[in-house]
Design a protein around this ligand. Structure first.
Ligand code: PLP
Length: 428
């Protein structure tokens, strides 16, 4: 197996980039990548090639959007056909409703859709709709859940103080803490207690806590959330920016058979293009016709909607999600066996095509378990994987696309075993 020892062109680009681009990265999270952000020239299917000419099996997938892999021919053709027809019209066009109809058909309970560009924006409009329809200001989120980087939701994400909301960023307005309540994930009774005063507009959650350990909802937990929201007149929002069109065609709503009032979509919906959406009950979403402001120059432009239409067409095919699930299980089982074989304690599991590998702990059932994992070991592992042609996210999460095949999985498992061996050897 070839082992890469240096990335000279990437290192030069990283050096140069930091002189003009703040921090050298276009989004802060990418600065965590080890040994430093790698610079890429192109991607095709499940593989991605860096500026030094190395090719990797890609499990980063643009941090989630590339559910069909890089440059899927159907997406490329759809966008290519639209490009000479215009980029944005600033008025209506037919794909706006055609793709909205696809989303309504995909997700149970979605009667109406709003288009926007990023998950952060869509979360903002979902909370605004919930506040407008309830006349309440507070909202409840869960510790460790990520809903974008706006002041109001960037609370109790990576660092938490038990029971008390905690700001995440310097420069974040402390007034963000005035309107937010936080609860531990999977603690339904604490949610019920916090909603008792009937002054909370919305409960928002990642229905599977993908951003902090891929922690699924406990049995019956989402149904219990639905119940307490109904009892207290609170709007239930599923932030499906990661899970939407990924855990199933109808996302977590389909997989767990619980209907929220609003769903936030992003990432996978447009197969790599910047599109997000809020979908849900018509009486709530239609508040935009009654004074709730929802705006955006690029909302619903024909390029991203062409990409979305092609992506959803591919994902609707029979058996797509079964194959993703099967390959994720093979990867997770292989990772667990390899780590066990090298005497490394680890928790490995997957929910649909999202795999989580957390060394140093035996189970990740809570945010505390996730934070307690041995992330130094994982950082070292991710560098050894990179050296062996496998590109992964920090903090243990792996995304699979429909472009990954059995060969990719087999190559990855071989590289993984060699990488674990190298890290263990270096530590001894
Ligand atoms: C669950 C969740 N919600 C919202 C967001 C924000 O989306 P965006 O980065 O498109 O603003 C993310 C981004 O990773 C996310 O994972």
């Amino acid at each position: 197996m070839r082992v890469i020892t240096e990335w000279p062109a990437s290192a030069r680009a990283w050096e140069r980039c930091r002189q003009s681009l703040a921090g050298g990265v276009s989004t802060g999270l990418r600065a965590q990548m080890r040994p430093h952000p790698i610079f890429f020239s192109h991607g095709q299917g499940s593989s991605i090639t860096d500026v030094d000419g190395n090719t990797y099996v890609d499990y980063v997938l643009g941090w989630g959007p590339l559910i069909l892999g890089h440059s899927h021919p159907g997406v490329v053709a759809a966008v290519g056909a639209q490009l000479p027809q215009g980029q944005t019209f600033g008025s209506g066009h037919l794909a706006e409703y055609a793709v909205a109809e696809q989303v309504c058909a995909a997700i149970p309970g979605v009667e109406r859709v709003l288009w926007s560009n990023t998950g952060t924006e869509a979360v903002q409009v979902a909370l605004r709709l919930a506040r407008a329809v309830t006349g309440r200001w507070k909202f409840l989120k869960f510790e460790g859940h990520y809903h974008g980087w706006s002041d109001q939701v960037l609370v109790s994400y990576q660092a938490v103080e038990e029971g008390r909301p905690k700001l995440t960023s310097r420069g974040q307005n402390p007034s963000a803490l005035d309107d937010v309540l936080v609860a531990p994930w999977n603690d339904a009774e604490q949610v019920a207690a916090l909603l008792r005063d009937r002054d909370v507009a919305a409960v928002i959650c990642e229905p599977v806590l993908c951003n902090s350990g891929v922690i699924p909802p406990a049995d019956g937990f989402l149904a219990r959330l639905r119940e307490v929201c109904d009892e207290t007149g609170t709007i239930l929002v599923f932030d499906e920016v990661i899970t939407g069109f990924r855990l199933a065609y109808g996302g977590a709503v389909e997989r767990y058979a619980v209907r929220p009032d609003l769903v936030v979509l992003g990432k996978a919906i447009a197969g790599g293009f910047p599109l997000s959406a809020v979908g849900g009950r018509a009486d709530i979403v239609d508040q935009v016709t009654e004074g709730v402001v929802h705006a955006g120059t690029f909302n619903g432009n024909p390029i991203v909607l062409a990409a979305a239409s092609a992506t959803l067409g591919e994902l609707r095919r029979d058996g797509v999600y079964d194959v993703l699930e099967k390959r994720a299980a093979t990867l997770a089982d292989g990772f667990a066996a390899s780590l066990r074989g090298h005497g490394v304690a680890a928790a490995v599991h997957h929910v649909g095509p999202v795999v989580q590998c957390s060394p140093g702990v035996v189970r990740v059932g809570s945010l505390a378990d996730f934070l307690a994992a041995d992330w130094e070991f994982y950082d070292a592992l991710s560098v050894e994987l990179l050296r062996r042609g496998v590109f992964v996210l920090p903090r243990g999460r792996w995304y699979l696309s429909t472009a990954h095949d059995d060969r990719d999985v087999a190559d990855t498992l071989a590289a993984f075993d060699a990488a674990v061996e190298a890290v263990v050897r270096d530590r001894d």
